[in-house]
Design a protein. Structure first.
Length: 173
């Protein structure tokens, strides 16, 4: 009789061990799935990160250079230009979106490496290019001073940023 009881206990131990292995496999599968989901949410820019960082620095330097007349990009951004320059809305809007998308969002995206922010940076910088060309055009069609070297350099910097972010965004598709 003891032998029969011993066999029953062995069966229960075997079932518990089998259930433990299935639990371990399920836990391992959950861990693998969570790592996969984290990998899908993040991106590694690789060597593009250096190009993006240099373009952000060029954009910051361009804000120190003359955009309209003798006024720098920071003056245009703050609205502290001379009233005689009649800066208008388009250069101010370009200054805001270029520094917002080109500097702030690009740096945030490089730091967090989030996939959604890569797309936001790509689309935001692409909009900045259009807005910058429009701002240059608006300065060329007025009687006042035309666009300065800083504004042209800023448009080129956001063009580089847009191309790098768009390439990175499309790399996973």
């Amino acid at each position: 009789m003891r032998v029969g009881m011993r066999d029953d206990r062995d069966d229960e131990e075997r079932r518990a061990e089998g259930h433990g292995e299935a639990g371990e496999v399920a836990a391992l599968r959950d861990e693998i799935d969570s790592v996969e989901q984290a990998a899908l949410r993040t991106v590694d820019p690789g060597a593009r990160a250096v190009v993006i960082a240099v373009a952000v620095m060029v954009l910051l330097v361009s804000a120190l250079l003359p955009w309209i007349g003798g006024s720098s990009g920071w003056d245009v951004l703050r609205g502290t230009t001379q009233p005689a320059l009649d800066v208008g809305l388009l250069p101010r809007m370009f200054a805001v979106v270029a520094l917002g998308f080109g500097v702030v969002l690009s740096v945030l995206t490089l730091l967090t490496r989030r996939w959604g922010l890569v797309w936001a940076s790509a689309l935001g910088c692409a909009y900045c290019v259009v807005d910058g060309v429009w701002a240059i055009w608006s300065r060329q069609t007025t009687d006042g001073p035309g666009p300065g070297i800083g504004m042209v350099l800023a448009v080129l910097a956001v063009l580089v940023l847009a191309s790098q972010w768009l390439r990175l965004a499309w790399s996973r598709n």
